[in-house]
Ligand binder design. Sequence first.
Ligand code: AMP
Length: 300
Amino acid sequence: MSLLVVGSVAIDSIQTPTETRENVLGGSATYFSYAASFFAPVKLVGVVGEDFPAEHVELLRRRGIDTAGLHVVRGGKTFFWKGKYLPNMNDRETLEVHLNVFGDFRPALPDSFRQSEFIFLANGSPVTQMSVLAQTPGARLVVADTMDLWIREQHDELMALFKRIDGLVMNDSEAKLLTGDENLVSAGHKVLALGPRFVVIKKGEHGAMFFSQHETYVLPAFPTAQVIDPTGAGDSFAGGMMGYLAAQRNFEPKTLKEAMAYGILVASFAVEDFSLERLKRIDRSDLDLRMEQYRKMLSF
Ligand code: AMP
């Protein structure tokens, strides 16, 4: 079933306590679409500058990702983000962000993208996210991500978006900021009351919590000792989750729980190297093997 993602395609520079990588492939839509491509065909909508290396587009295409919606701005520069991880490898600071062509990003979907049924609005301004909904009349499941910047600066627009989406994915710190509640369980229920039919709160190395009217549960992260670069973990989680849902063609509670688990497992691979490097070295069978280990770990 058709899965569409709209979000950033970026060049990142990453500093961890032990290593630095300059100018590697990043961006929320990039991680999302690569992660989702293990499960279902993906259509990507984003913008890059003329400086964006052709090999990156080729990498996405080789995964079957449809890049017809990746707009290249002549003479423009690609969105650039530089981040630094603290020794706990969970918290990070943004050292530099140059929006470049992403600053004027007004997604215009190719005709062949407009009937997509599963839609992921990766982190971006709620106004931009809303503009995608106006172009996707066939949407059956719309899930969005958001961040502290929009919670602080475009609160009303975000509230309007929440009334239009089915699912919301956010970090624990963002759920606390949005609700003013330090308890994640009550924060999750407060976010649910703002409109989405389900809410996923990501807790980094501690996994993810799920909230709907009928269910509240937490799934742990897959324990990996090899955390090299956590960048993109959240987007890879969302990609794995939405990819699995699109492949199953439904979003029943049982499927949603399996999808959460697959999201957690793709993310556990994504953090094991910089950029997409680890994901490039795995295939679906590696995910299924880790799923077996994960199921064993959770049964007692
Ligand atoms: P994650 O670690 O899942 O939050 O995603 C990190 C990715 O998000 C990086 O590859 C960045 O290029 C990208 N990113 C950082 N800041 C922003 C922003 N303000 N808007 C969109 N994407 C961003």
